[in-house]
Design a protein around this ligand. Structure first.
Ligand SMILES: Nc1nc2c(c(=O)[nH]1)N[C@H]1C(S)=C(S)[C@@H](COP(=O)(O)O)O[C@H]1N2
Ligand SMILES: [Mo]
Length: 479
């Protein structure tokens, strides 16, 4: 029995290594990533919500590790199978089933599903070979497998993080430098979130890397003159700069699953109008190379100022943030605002089956709830008793924040000093000088949205299905 596990484990490792090496040789996505995508797409809402809550942004590495260990465990199990014929049949059957699923499922934009399926078949053949091999060969086979696996993982992450080259982008009418007067407030978030600190969320195992030379944005469906725009043609429609916060619907109180950026994009209306839209098209569907679709009623499209974004904080979009282009509507949560790696804008008269719909989320767009966050002092910080500056950010895109208040313990709300407003859709930095006597204190923050003087909703709510609400609350100890 124990020997069976060892033999099976070696076979699993050799099989996985073979599959990964084959995938790399075919310049395909890794088999682990392909299988991981199945996990992402088929996770039930409660499981996904729990995963996001616990793992935050470590979800993808954890999925990768679980897929790899499942394959290794399956190999080990095969090694203990008493009858060779049934064992082989089981392995081949399972591979065929997984392969068939892989070829039919959503792709990440590069490569067909048959490549990972072929790699899986190669891996199974390798594993079955090792199960039959003389004992002396088990060690070397496992080593070779581990080496193949390691080499492919390194290669994949190198290839996927390679940044595409893009031309310099110039706005029609550059905005003045982004300053709001809070530059010397210790501990407050930067006014513009640096790209490398900006949260990344999507349903891919690794970001698609797109060659702009071959990329096209098509405008199709109910239009008089369908378009197929190259990167240069899109940019040639004219670029505007705008400052806006982008918020993930999974952002919880105090989390940083949002960022504030200076975006550069073509007004969406300009792109649509270039295709002579027909009034019968009442729904706009935006589709990305990863097969992700999100739609919006055209009435809403006209009410909200959306953009086809190509730049972020002075440079082109990075691969992780959607190069070459993404759709963004300030004030709409990330999963409803539009896709990264945009490839198609389609006007249609039917409601669309968006990516999130069969996964239990409501038809959008879901508007960002006004919310605020304390940046400093940190939760559970120790400070000296006496005067303390409390600082943070508040957001209520697209209309803006008109006031921020904080409360200490069960005391009254104190109005914060607001930094200048960069743009209504941007987040706004705030500061309150308070005096803390020695002891443990609870600090809470709340904001008011300018639109309708709407006070931040104090009801504690989880992100699913309309975004978190409540007051970000921290405790500090003054001594
Ligand atoms: N193509 C594509 N676009 C996507 C997604 C995705 O999974 N695929 N995720 C959306 C979600 S849920 C969010 S919160 C934002 C995140 O954008 P960021 O990674 O640039 O912060 O992208 C949105 N656009
Ligand atoms: Mo999101």
């Amino acid at each position: 029995m124990k020997r069976g596990w060892i033999r099976g484990g070696a076979a699993g490792l050799a099989g996985l290594g073979t599959a990964e090496a084959l995938a790399a040789a075919m310049r395909s996505r890794s088999l682990i990533d392909a299988a991981g995508l199945l996990v992402v797409d088929s996770g039930p809402v409660p499981v996904v919500e729990r995963t996001v809550q616990v793992l935050k942004t470590a979800d993808k590495p954890v999925i990768r590790a679980s897929v790899a260990s499942t394959i290794l465990a399956a190999g080990g199990l095969l090694g203990t199978a008493p009858r060779r014929a049934s064992r082989d049949a089981l392995a081949v059957g399972a591979t065929a089933a997984i392969g068939a699923t892989l070829t039919r499922r959503r792709q990440e934009g590069d490569g067909d599903g048959w490549r990972p399926a072929l790699a899986a078949a190669g891996g199974t053949i390798g594993a079955l070979g090792v199960l039959r091999a003389p004992s002396a060969l088990l060690g070397p086979a496992a080593l070779l497998g581990a080496a193949g696996l390691a080499a492919s993982l390194v290669g994949q992450s190198r290839r996927r993080t390679a940044e595409p080259t893009a031309p310099t982008l110039r706005p029609e009418d550059p905005l003045p430098p982004a300053v709001d007067g809070a530059e010397d407030w210790p501990g407050v978030s930067p006014l513009l979130t640096p790209v490398e600190r900006f949260y990344v969320t999507d349903v891919n195992m690794r970001p698609p890397v797109i060659d702009p030379a071959g990329w096209r944005l098509t405008v199709t469906g109910a239009v008089g003159s369908p378009l197929s725009l190259s990167y240069d043609e899109l940019v040639g429609l004219g670029l505007l700069e705008f400052d806006a916060a982008l918020v993930c619907i999974h952002n919880r109180l105090g989390w940083d699953r949002l960022g504030n950026a200076r975006w550069l994009g073509v007004p969406l209306r300009r792109v649509l109008d270039a295709a002579a839209p027909d009034p019968s098209g009442t729904v706009l569907v935006a589709r990305a190379v990863d097969g992700w679709e999100v739609s919006m009623a055209c009435d809403t499209v006209d009410e909200l100022a959306g953009y086809v974004v190509v730049g972020m904080n002075g440079g082109p979009l990075t691969a992780a943030h959607g190069f070459p282009a993404r759709v963004l509507f300030p004030g709409i949560y990330g999963q409803y605002t539009g896709p990264k790696w945009l490839t198609e804008l389609r006007l249609q008269s039917q409601p669309n089956q968006d990516y999130w719909l069969p996964r239990g989320w409501a038809r959008g767009p879901v508007r960002v709830r006004p919310l605020s966050r304390i940046d400093a002092p940190a939760h559970r910080a120790r400070v000296s008793a006496g005067p303390v500056d409390v600082v943070g950010v508040a957001w209520a895109p697209p209309g803006g924040v008109s006031a921020v208040d904080i409360a200490v313990d069960d005391g009254p709300w104190t109005t914060a000093e607001l930094a200048a407003e960069l743009a209504p859709a941007s987040w706004r930095r705030w500061r309150v000088p308070i005096t803390l006597p020695a002891g443990v204190h609870r600090l809470r923050v709340s904001c008011v949205a300018r639109a309708g003087s709407q006070v931040q909703d104090p009801t504690p709510r989880s992100p699913f299905p309309t975004g978190a609400s409540g007051h970000h609350t921290i405790t500090v100890t003054a001594r």
